[in-house]
Design a protein around this ligand. Structure first.
Ligand code: ADP
Ligand code: MG
Length: 250
């Protein structure tokens, strides 16, 4: 059975730019002839529009790159409360079944060369609570057997957040492709440059790209900048490391 590549985009925190990177990475892969698709298994903070609940992240993916799907195929659980998924699920009576996510990812991998999966928040985010315990985002990543791509920022506090996230993943045996620094200013100051250097040194991970702080995040404007953005992301290294992890070499 055909199985496309897949990776899991996580970040140091919510709001760091996972959706931005997931959407743009999908579009960049597509421009390199990969039949790529994004996937958001769990979204809280869905936006109510009449009878429907819109998963904002999926709406962003769809507007930056045309996708042959509606929201349901690209987001398995969309919940309205803008709180941690475990609480949103509890408040709305949703049962998050990781096996549904496993199956949907399989379907997407069967039909695409590449699936870019976006997590909700960071790694230590609870997805549901039951009598058996608390099922965490890192449990889902382990179940899906995916390596992570870590999105971070260059500002104050990033060394601590990024190193902790990398160590948490490593402690759980989750392979890390590398990190992408989002919100990178045109001319980073000495602290921002040193933060990135320190993250590389302390984690031993490669920086797979920096993503500029953009003034206009409207998808139509971003689409026009993809050629420029392409130069900032080291897709070759990302793909090389992904293949090494998939074949057990890394
Ligand atoms: N590089 C960037 N430049 C400017 N704004 C950005 C950039 N990356 C993300 N944003 C904005 O920051 C907010 C959070 O980004 P998002 O990708 O949704 O984060 P996450 O998915 O990690 O929660 C959004 O409003 C998005 O448009
Ligand atoms: Mg997001």
């Amino acid at each position: 059975m055909k199985q496309g590549h897949a990776l899991f985009v996580t970040g140091t925190d919510t709001g760091v730019g996972k959706t931005m990177i997931t959407g743009c990475l999908t579009a960049l892969l597509a421009s390199c002839d990969y039949n790529a698709v994004p996937y958001k298994p769990v979204q809280s903070g869905g936006i109510r529009m009449g009878d429907t609940l819109v998963a904002e992240d999926v709406a962003f993916y769809q507007s930056i790159h045309p996708l042959p799907y509606g929201q349901d195929e690209l987001c398995t659980y969309c919940m309205e409360p803008a709180v941690s998924p475990h609480l949103a699920a509890q408040q709305t009576g949703v049962f998050i079944d990781p096996e549904c996510i496993v199956r949907q990812l399989q379907v997407l991998r069967k039909n695409h060369d590449f699936v870019v999966v976006e997590g909700a928040g960071g790694l230590a985010v609870p997805l549901y609570e039951s009598e058996q315990g608390i099922y965490m985002t890192d449990d889902l990543i382990t179940r899906l057997n995916l390596p992570i791509l870590l999105v971070t920022h260059p500002g104050l506090g990033t060394i601590n957040h990024t190193v902790l996230t990398a160590k948490y993943a490593q402690a759980r045996g989750i392979p890390i492709l590398g990190f992408i620094v989002n919100h990178m200013p045109q001319q980073p100051n000495s602290m921002e440059r040193d933060n990135v250097r320190m993250i590389s040194k302390l984690t031993g991970l490669p920086m797979l790209g920096s993503f500029p702080q953009v003034t206009d995040t409207v998808p139509e404007v971003l689409s026009l900048q993809l050629d420029e953005l392409r130069k900032q992301i080291n897709l070759e290294l990302l793909l090389e490391r992904l293949k090494q992890i998939e074949t057990g070499l890394l």
